[in-house]
Design a protein around this ligand. Structure first.
Ligand SMILES: Cc1cc2nc3c(=O)[nH]c(=O)nc-3n(C[C@H](O)[C@H](O)[C@H](O)COP(=O)(O)O)c2cc1C
Length: 378
């Protein structure tokens, strides 16, 4: 398969594989673990709110941490006000804090869509254009390339992805990524890969990346074959399976894929991840944060509900090590265990828009969501 490297500004990556931004997951410890398996891919940090960044906070500082060996630092920004987005990027650029910015136009959370933000923004094409242009213009001052990530639209009868892709292209984004679901679909049912193919046919001058339901490396190869997309974005498939990035490099290089690890190989990776989270966060936040990862690491391994529960309540690294030592290391994943959905799995949802929002798609009103401090999804 002749896949070109993904070019983001001066940075070139092959194979064109990107870790999707995932709030509460893709922090420095998780990215570091993934990079061990796939050193030179693109690993996007958690999403930061442009307003939070401009105003500054301790939490923002923690979220902005990159590992010392992270040579290409990617960050996703959320913002619905072009001025605020621009100020955030100037701040990041002045501090030489990042090398790449991704803009999120796919967040389906009701708290932002009901004000016209997140996944609702692409409905307002002039606002979208202003946001991408403002980000690109600010980024150009510092050599920071801008990419955009969005969904297919609000619902099957409000599809905007082709128009959105073209606007991003015309406004100077260097690549776009389509999460091939509508906001209404949320995370279920399956992603519509045919929409990625259609977007690829419509957007000719910048790379189109496909996102949605890549659980195993073979899925990524299939997505590229079926859609002709220029690269892939990996979300939930790597939750509890950071070695997926090694598998992806092998698959795109035409090498055989390693079998899934036995539990005895997974457990040290869990401990390494938890230890890094404990170093990253103050107090006991690291181990508490790790609890959600335990379920993902154990997905597909027949260890029983009681063991799973104990892991999900773990309160120290010592306890984690003891639990790990108590398990049979020869336990293998059940057939198909790699494909068991993890992370967000629900959908469809009701997407709330402001009253009369679709009546004027050229309106430039700026959504009033600057007070939203935390979001997850896209
Ligand atoms: C826990 C979690 C948090 C997420 N947070 C974000 C986010 O902050 N920004 C974003 O653009 N997408 C976010 N997403 C969506 C993913 O980036 C990705 O688009 C989605 O999971 C579909 O890809 P997948 O089927 O490979 O998981 C999140 C997904 C999950 C599971």
């Amino acid at each position: 398969m002749a896949l070109a490297p993904l070019q983001l500004g001066k940075h070139s990556v092959w194979p064109p594989v990107v870790l999707a931004p995932m709030a509460g997951v893709t922090n420095a410890p998780f990215r570091s673990l993934c990079r061990k398996f796939g050193p030179d891919l693109i690993y996007v940090n958690e999403m930061l709110m442009a307003t939070g960044l401009v105003n500054g906070s301790r939490k923002t500082d923690t979220m902005l941490k990159f590992g010392p060996d992270e040579t290409f630092r990617s960050l996703q920004l959320y913002g619905s006000d072009p001025e605020m987005l621009s100020r955030a990027i100037h701040k990041l650029g002045t501090a030489e804090a990042v090398d790449h910015i991704d803009l999120n136009f796919g967040c389906p959370a009701a708290k932002v869509t009901r004000r016209g933000g997140g996944a609702a923004v692409p409905l307002k094409r002039n606002l979208l254009r202003a946001l991408v242009s403002a980000a690109v213009e600010a980024g150009n001052n510092y050599g920071i390339p801008v990419t955009c990530k969005f969904r297919m639209g609000i619902s099957d009868d409000l599809l905007t992805y082709i128009e959105t892709g073209i606007i991003c292209e015309q406004s100077g984004a260097v690549a776009i990524a389509l999460h091939a679901r509508t906001a209404q679909q949320h995370y279920a049912p399956s992603a519509h890969w045919e929409a990625i193919a259609e977007l690829k046919r419509a957007v000719k001058s910048i790379p189109v990346l496909g996102n949605g339901d890549i659980w195993e490396a073979a899925d990524a190869v299939k997505m590229v074959e079926q859609t002709n997309c220029d690269g892939v974005v990996i979300g939930r498939g790597c939750l509890g399976r950071p070695w997926l990035f090694r598998d992806l490099i092998d698959a795109f290089s035409g090498r055989p894929i390693s079998p899934s690890p036995l539990l005895g190989e997974v457990l040290p990776i869990m401990i390494e991840h938890a230890t890094a989270l404990c170093d990253h966060f103050d107090g006991d936040r690291g181990i508490r944060d790790f609890r959600k990862h335990t379920g993902w690491y154990l997905t597909g391994y027949p260890v029983g509900g009681e063991v799973r529960r104990k892991f999900s309540e773990v309160s120290s690294l010592d306890q984690l090590r003891m639990l790990a030592d108590s398990l049979d290391p020869s336990i293998a994943i059940v057939p198909g265990g790699e494909r068991i959905a993890r992370g967000h799995t629900n959908g469809p949802i009701k997407v709330v828009l402001p009253e009369g929002y679709v009546a004027d798609r050229d309106d430039m009103s700026i959504p009033d969501d600057a007070d939203v401090l935390q979001l997850s999804g896209g």
